[in-house]
Write a protein that binds this ligand. Structure first.
Ligand SMILES: [Fe+2]
Length: 426
């Protein structure tokens, strides 16, 4: 019997991973009707149908077109329709108008997925899967996982916008603890630390080059900020005190009429929040989420603390097991920190993306990937802030200590929350 070469084994593993990731996307969309999949509730949030098609477009454009000789496009018009922001590929359908596409139908988009899946599987079953092809497939899978999270955050916005308060899924576990674990501080000394991807395994270009950073002495909170603590900030006039806010944040409060995190509503004196299981009373020990960078920063100032830099966060997360409340857990909502004192800060991974005090810029010596894929991250390195750690909507295998998510300061529809930090001597 002929033994498979290492390249064949690697290609087989990649094909299996391709199927698993693509199937996971299909499962996420399964509870949704065609009408659900059609809606775009705001310019930032795309319809599920668009996500299903765009992730497929990514493989068609960056894997099949360059590598699959004789590949026939499912529909050439999709090249523009489902291009998100790649100017090097060509024109794009306007982002705020994605919800106006009643055609192609959801069934046609599913057929598009099947067409591309068959072609990619065929490609991966050939003998010659070179490093460039494997890297393009790997990037497509990581990209698809990013869109899996967006499917959940975007449909949450769609459903929360509906006065009927529909649920994505009803059988979600309720938070158990009413009392949060006590907040403690984990101090660190001043040190020069290595930051960024060290090689081995996948990383996005924005996680490189690895470089040295001086991290001053300080401390990180042992857990995330809870809804109960955030309510104290609100009751102390947090949204009415300009001295707590950065100037643009205060403008956002007034312009948006903000008086609570996104999705919070008061019902007969009780604060409730929309979840993917419909509206539920707030859990005092549940990590607060759906706050903007402005709100995270104002809360930290009110608490006599600050947001961590991405570097002190990464230093604390390095070597920590990537375990926590990820999408696979099925909670689809942040959960209270487990009681008990671990050796380091808890909830570093999963639950909520943690806003940091670090602007999203390239690391020293950063160079975007060559070609159209150089547009993936590099061109967004202005006016955005870094978030770390993954959320309850993130696939577990997608996150690592060096992972840099980024959103503009006003963004609230992601599962974004707060971990406090403070300087030494406080
Ligand atoms: Fe995308």
């Amino acid at each position: 019997m002929r033994r498979p070469s290492p390249e064949t084994t690697a290609a087989t593993a990649l094909a299996a991973r391709y199927r698993a990731v693509r199937d996971a996307t299909t499962r996420l969309a399964a509870p949704l009707s065609a009408e659900d999949c059609q809606i775009q509730s705001m310019p930032d949030a795309s319809p599920t149908k668009w996500h299903l098609a765009h992730t497929t477009w990514f493989f068609e454009t960056f894997v099949l077109e360059p590598s699959a000789a004789g590949y026939r496009a499912f529909d050439r018009r999709f090249r523009v329709l489902f291009n998100s922001y790649y100017n090097a590929v060509g024109k794009q359908h306007a982002r705020p108008q994605r919800g106006l596409l009643s055609r192609p139908s959801l069934d046609e988009v599913r057929a598009y997925r099947a067409h591309v899946d068959a072609a990619v599987q065929d490609l991966l079953e050939r003998d010659a899967v070179d490093a460039a092809l494997a890297a393009a497939v790997e990037l497509g899978l990581e990209h698809e996982q990013q869109h899996q999270e967006l499917i959940l955050t975007d449909i949450k916005h769609v459903l929360a916008t509906n006065p009927l308060g529909p649920a994505y899924r009803t059988a979600l576990p309720a938070a158990a603890a009413d009392t949060p674990a006590p907040l403690r501080w984990h101090a660190h000394d001043e040190a020069i630390v290595e930051i960024g991807h060290a090689g081995g395994g996948f990383a996005f270009d924005n996680e490189t080059p690895r470089h040295r950073v001086l991290v001053p002495a300080g401390a990180l909170a042992s857990r995330l900020v809870t809804c109960g603590e955030y309510l104290e900030f609100m009751r102390d006039g947090g949204y009415a005190r300009p001295e707590l806010w950065l100037s643009e944040g205060w403008d956002a409060v007034r312009a948006g009429g903000w008086s609570a995190p996104l999705y919070w509503e008061q019902r007969d004196g009780t604060w409730c929040a929309a979840t993917l299981a419909g509206e539920r009373p707030l859990g005092a020990a549940v990590p607060v989420c759906h706050v903007s960078f402005w709100e995270a920063d104002a809360f930290a100032r009110w608490a006599g603390a600050r947001l961590p830099t991405e570097f002190e966060w990464e230093r604390a997360a390095t070597g920590v097991e990537i375990d926590g409340n990820f999408v696979e857990q099925g909670a689809l909502h942040p959960l209270p920190a487990a009681p008990g004192a671990g050796p380091g800060p808890a909830q570093m991974f999963g639950d909520v993306w943690e806003w940091t005090a670090s602007p999203f810029v390239g690391y020293p010596g950063y160079r975007p990937t060559a070609g159209a894929l150089g547009e993936y991250n590099g061109k967004f390195m202005a006016n955005q802030w870094v978030l770390r750690g993954g959320s309850c909507a993130t696939p577990r295998a997608h996150v690592r200590a060096t992972y840099r998510n980024f959103f503009p300061a006003p963004a609230r529809w992601q599962f974004s929350g707060i971990r406090l930090a403070r300087d030494a001597g406080r």
